[in-house]
Design a protein around this ligand. Sequence first.
Ligand code: 1DF
Ligand code: MN
Length: 347
Amino acid sequence: MVKVEKNPNYKRIATEEAFCPVEMLDLWKKVLASPDCDPGFNSLIGFYMSSQAARPQHIMKCLTDLGEQRLAHMDESGIDRQVIALTSPGVQVLDSETAVSFVKVANDELAEACKHHPDRFTGMIAIAPQNPAEAAKEIERATALGLKGIIVNSHTHGAYLDDPACAEIFAAAEAAGQPLYLHPNTPPRDMIGPMLEKGLDGAIFGFTVETGMHALRLITAGVFDRFPKLQVILGHLGETLVFQADRIDYMHQATVKSNRYESMKPIGRKPSEYLKDNFTITTSGFVEEKPIKYVMDFMGAERVMYAMDYPYQHVNEQVVQLDNLNISDEDKKRFFQTNAERVFGIA
Ligand code: 1DF
Ligand code: MN
């Protein structure tokens, strides 16, 4: 891979970067061994934890490192700072009690690494959505440790954050001024069948369908009417929603007007308006100019940020490709640096 030099005009902050404590792997092993193991988890993590192929081996080696190897990779890729989160699905496949206790371990470990490398690492807060009251407490505790942003790896045992019980999580995020990064997970058991059948359940497609739907559930359930200050970050150029927005707006008003679903009540604004005001989008692996410029135009240049998705898309050439995007110098600095500094509150 090419070595990417620092850019004199902006810092490069990568905003959807993953880590995994070794203790997490032990907990995952037990889940994989259980007879009713979630098929998506088995497909994804079962693969990464057993494959001898080069890519998964590289990924596993990178995930557990929060020190010299990660810093060396960042130097080679020209990345000034990583915003790091517990990799998917984190604690969300565990039982509630184990999940609640393990997020503290993961958050302490990440906060410690960030203290050692304050100018290179920013860490996000992992929570256990299984227990919203404890998740709210952890948001408060980990905010005090200096962590920035809250990572939720989409569904938790097939449950979604629009569940009224999760209001406590949104209230805590708003109170702490923390954005919530809604990151992909494999589709739950009820959704994954035809995707798994053809190998489409993971990052190739299943991730974005499931996560885009999760974000749309939050919008249509009225979460942003109840929590207007809540800010959500979506990766992968908006997990399809930006490209679907026009159609979603039309069909949403049509569906509400005809009283089709008890579960789809009127909301304050058009779905696309929440997308523009309550969301920030990251690229996480997208490098083609046309879709990126379309998303910048739709969201505004203040609401699109760079992400590499290390170590899953660890490709230095793509950093150069994004450096060469045909956008103004001001927008490029927003994209690589200042939007992330503002959204995550990086000093
Ligand atoms: C993959 C991609 C895996 C992403 C991830 O977590 C992940 C992958 C386990 O390529 O299998 O977060 N991703 O965000 O695109
Ligand atoms: Mn990712």
